[in-house]
Design a protein around this ligand. Structure first.
Ligand code: NI
Length: 266
């Protein structure tokens, strides 16, 4: 039986290797005697039928996650779905995909060349979402993807692994407001994404989010190496809806700006 906790642990180890600031932030919060729980994990892909959202979601659905929400990001040319598990200790899973039909023939040719390198067995692997990049690409292809989409270039270079984990501010005992956590992080030298304001969303839409700027990582391409943005750490505070339940969805307008956290690094 495939164990979702093992997959989530693997995803965390892979993520902090690419984004060491997340581990530092967890330790900093823990040094206040607090403990960190994860609100959600975000994954990315292309809408190619071989590797689309449904393919990436497979391991989660198999282990009891249920599709709960759909989102569209018109400007970024993305759609997304979110999944929830009946065990409230398990994080939400948010998976987005780039709509290839909205990009140039050259962009599609590069992405098809990447997807052609993926074997069926690789997509079917239970641990697919922590296995990284199942293809190789050149620095010039990376740069061509980046001309049309930062998201597409990130996906091409980094592959199938968490784009971010998210600290649940609701579960912290030492910070009541997202604003207080943000200030604490800045006092400790972390830079936050200011695109669209430091805090995206509001109590009115039942979700406030902020994030660090991405760490950078040296990535090996087929011809040489480049240092590029890797992953970021996100912070979320949720509020009750009018029915009195804590909101578990996402706010497209806020996430639109959060996506930009991997456009540049700290
Ligand atoms: Ni997020």
């Amino acid at each position: 039986m495939n164990d979702i906790s093992n997959l989530l642990d693997k995803m965390w180890s892979d993520y902090v290797a690419l984004n060491p600031q997340a581990q530092k932030i967890v330790e900093l919060i823990e040094s206040k005697g607090d403990s960190v729980e994860n609100d959600h994990i975000a994954l990315r892909t292309f809408n190619h039928p071989k590797i689309n959202i449904d393919k990436v979601a497979k391991s989660f659905v198999e282990t009891g996650y249920v599709h709960k929400g759909d989102y569209e990001f018109i400007e970024k040319k993305l759609v997304a779905k979110h999944y929830e598990h009946k065990n409230p200790k398990l994080p939400l899973i948010f998976i987005s995909e780039l709509k290839l039909e909205e990009f140039s023939a050259e962009f599609n040719q590069i992405v098809n060349g990447l997807v052609d390198q993926v074997e069926d067995g690789q997509c079917a692997d239970f641990n697919f979402s922590s296995n990284g990049r199942p293809w190789n690409l050149s620095t010039s292809d990376y740069k061509k993807l980046k001309e049309e989409s930062d998201y597409g270039a990130w996906m091409g270079a980094i592959g199938f692994r968490p784009n971010h984990f998210t600290v649940s501010v609701n579960k912290l005992s030492s910070f009541e407001e997202l604003h207080d956590l943000n200030n604490f992080l800045k006092e400790n030298g972390f830079k936050l994404n200011e695109s669209g304001g430091e805090i995206k969303g509001s109590k009115e839409v039942c979700l406030e989010q902020s994030s660090t700027l991405a760490d950078s990582v040296e990535v090996e391409f087929s011809d040489s190496k480049l240092t590029i943005p890797s992953c970021y750490f996100e912070f979320a505070k949720r509020y009750e809806t009018s029915s009195g339940e804590l909101y578990t969805g996402f706010v497209a307008k806020s996430a639109d700006k959060i996506f930009e956290s991997t456009d540049k690094t700290q």
